[in-house]
Design a protein around this ligand. Structure first.
Ligand SMILES: [Zn+2]
Length: 316
């Protein structure tokens, strides 16, 4: 290869190479501060990253041993499914570096156990609450059959997961953002949500579908969601009254898939939240007055909003 040809190859980028990559390569050796402002704006922005150890997730195990929720087609309680999947998600999160993850397990009967669970949840400064459940169907769809010689009930009519948010949650917008991320991660792993909650035959259990791609429904009255003082979603991981789906939901493979989907969604949500908080903090710092101005003219009040998440405090 001749010298002239070598130099011409080095100097000119390959045709079709994206402009962003060309710019990033060309400016890589140059300190950012030396670039003119207009060039700085054209550089590709690095993807925000999550500082995982500073982000606390509460994993709420739906129901309790005494009040175990739905019953599967083979007579296993929903609580057992919820507890097992929650432990898988906890393990996946802690392995990924979300070391502050807390699992909430409650004892006792429905209402008092719910209230005490939420009291404990709100006592912990946390960035996100995910309530883990498994789904059933309205009574009239259940049919009798025998499983292992025991009489029980099933419905093979519906299958799939679903995600719920409450607009009565004080951080409803963030809740919806996380719900959509979770639905997208599940979809990317070929898991489908159940669309039947939009149907009129669901009567009082009919729900508005907020995100058609991700399978996110609106359900304002869910106690856990509306009383949580942090972004919160309820995840129905699958239909345990469906005889085939019940078997799939018990496999380690499916548990791992859902745990990884949840971990990736939490990581994306954390990165976006922390980037937003960092940007707000920088904006506030830019507004701090220089010498000569009185404190009351421009300075922030110093009082942080009550709903500020744990991340905001931990990032400082
Ligand atoms: Zn449940």
């Amino acid at each position: 290869m001749g010298l002239l040809r070598y130099h011409s190859i080095m100097r000119w980028p390959r045709p079709g190479l994206p402009l962003a990559i060309v710019l990033a390569t060309a400016f890589a050796a140059m300190p950012l501060a030396q670039l003119p402002a207009s060039d700085r704006d054209t550089l590709p922005k690095p993807k925000p990253r999550c500082e995982r150890a500073a982000f606390r997730v509460l994993l709420d195990v739906g129901h309790s041993a005494e009040d175990p929720g739905a019953r599967s087609a083979r007579g296993v309680t929903e609580y057992e499914f919820n507890l097992r999947l929650t432990r898988e998600i906890e393990r996946s999160l802690k392995d990924a570096g979300f070391t502050q993850t807390v699992v909430l397990v409650s004892e006792g009967v429905a209402i008092p156990s719910l209230i005490s669970r939420m009291r404990r949840a709100n006592a912990v400064p946390a960035d996100l609450l995910v309530s883990i459940h498994h789904d059933s169907v309205p009574e009239r769809f259940l049919e009798p059959w025998f499983s292992g010689g025991n009489p029980t009930r099933f419905s093979d009519r519906f299958r799939g997961h679903s995600i719920f948010v409450s607009f009565e949650n004080s951080r409803a917008k963030d809740s919806l953002q996380f719900a959509s991320l979770l639905g997208a991660e599940l979809k990317a792993r070929d898991l489908s949500y159940t669309p039947h909650y939009t149907e009129r035959f669901m009567g009082g259990r009919q729900r508005e579908l907020l995100d058609k791609q991700a399978g996110v429904y609106r359900f304002d009255k869910i106690f856990v969601l509306r009383t949580a003082q942090m972004p919160a979603v309820l995840f129905e991981a699958g239909m345990i009254v469906n005889r085939d789906e019940e078997l799939v939901l018990t496999t380690q493979e499916r548990q791992n898939t859902m745990a990884l989907a949840a971990t990736d969604a939490i990581d994306s949500f954390c990165a976006q939240r922390q980037a937003t908080i960092r940007a707000a903090t920088e904006r506030r710092h830019r507004k701090i007055p220089r010498l000569g101005r009185t404190h009351t003219e421009n300075a922030p009040t110093g009082a942080r909003p009550a709903e500020e998440p744990a991340t905001a405090r931990l990032l400082r």
